[in-house]
Structures are given as structure tokens and as C-alpha cells.
Design a protein around this ligand. Structure first.
Ligand SMILES: [Zn+2]
Length: 150
């Protein structure tokens, strides 16, 4: 019974997050660390932009068996509908931002487009070729892995 479902609630808004862990102190420490490191996920971004972990109330919702953590977490998410557990829509928004930024850069630099995965600028004519290169695909995959890990 050392599984814990916990809640992180922002003190200045109604936004909250439901997490699951076997070690609450370690989980909170880990989040704090990743927020500081500048890791980009919807949750970390939100915490960073809203006063950091000090501005969040931590509370335990329930204890459960370790092997049921995922079930209970999902159950509580369905029940409480936490605003900060939403991943897919924000990820879509991120993709949108990336595309938008590319468009903006293209506009700004005339016929040049920045590949945000590789941090390099390419002529519009050659960017499609660049998108197929191994180097680009590796950079892109790395970037996507970073987004998915919470
Ligand atoms: Zn690239």
C-alpha cells in the first residue's frame, strides 16, 4: 500500500494536477527540479509561469496498492477533471506554435525557414529535402521524446 495519488493545486488559480507516485517527496522534488531545468511540458510550463512549486498546494487524495496506481490515477482524473493533466490538446497547440513560428520566420527572413528541431536556417527550396535527412529526423525524434516524458 505505498502507492499515492496526489494533487498539486495552484494557489492563485483553480488549476490542478493529479499525479501518482510511490514516493511523494521524491516526486515533488523531481517536478521542482524539472521545472527549474526548463523542461517543457504543459504541467512544468504552467508551474513555472505561476510562481513555481512554492505556489502550489500539495495534498494526498488516496493511498493504494502500487500495482493499481495507474488505475486509481485515471479514475481520479475522470472524476475530478484536472486542468493540468491534459496532454494531447496542449501538445497539438505546441505543434501549432511550431508551425506558426516556422511560418513567421519564413515571412521575416524572406525565403528562409528555420528548422526549430535543428536550430538551422534553410532556404525554402531546400527545407523539404532537409526534413528528410537522417540528422533532422534524429533531432525531431529527440524533441518529441522530450515532450512526451512527464
Ligand atoms: Zn531539421
Amino acid at each position: 500500500m505505498n502507492g499515492i495519488i496526489y494533487k498539486l493545486k495552484c494557489k492563485s488559480t483553480d488549476d490542478f494536477y493529479i499525479g501518482s507516485t510511490k514516493n511523494l517527496n521524491k516526486a515533488l522534488q523531481n517536478i521542482k527540479c524539472l521545472v527549474k531545468q526548463g523542461r517543457n511540458t504543459p504541467l512544468f510550463d504552467f508551474i513555472r509561469n505561476n510562481g513555481g512549486m512554492d505556489n502550489f498546494e500539495k495534498s494526498i487524495i488516496l493511498y493504494c496498492d502500487n500495482d493499481k496506481l495507474d488505475n486509481f490515477k485515471q479514475q481520479q482524473i475522470n472524476l475530478l477533471n484536472p486542468s493540468l493533466n491534459i496532454r494531447i490538446p496542449l501538445q497539438t497547440r505546441r505543434e501549432y506554435n511550431i508551425k506558426n513560428r516556422e511560418k513567421h520566420n519564413a515571412y521575416k527572413r524572406g525565403r528562409k525557414i528555420e528548422c526549430i528541431y535543428c536550430n538551422k536556417i534553410y532556404a525554402r527550396d531546400s527545407i523539404n529535402r532537409h526534413y528528410k535527412t537522417k540528422k533532422h529526423l534524429i533531432n525531431k525524434a529527440k524533441h518529441e521524446i522530450k515532450i512526451i516524458v512527464v
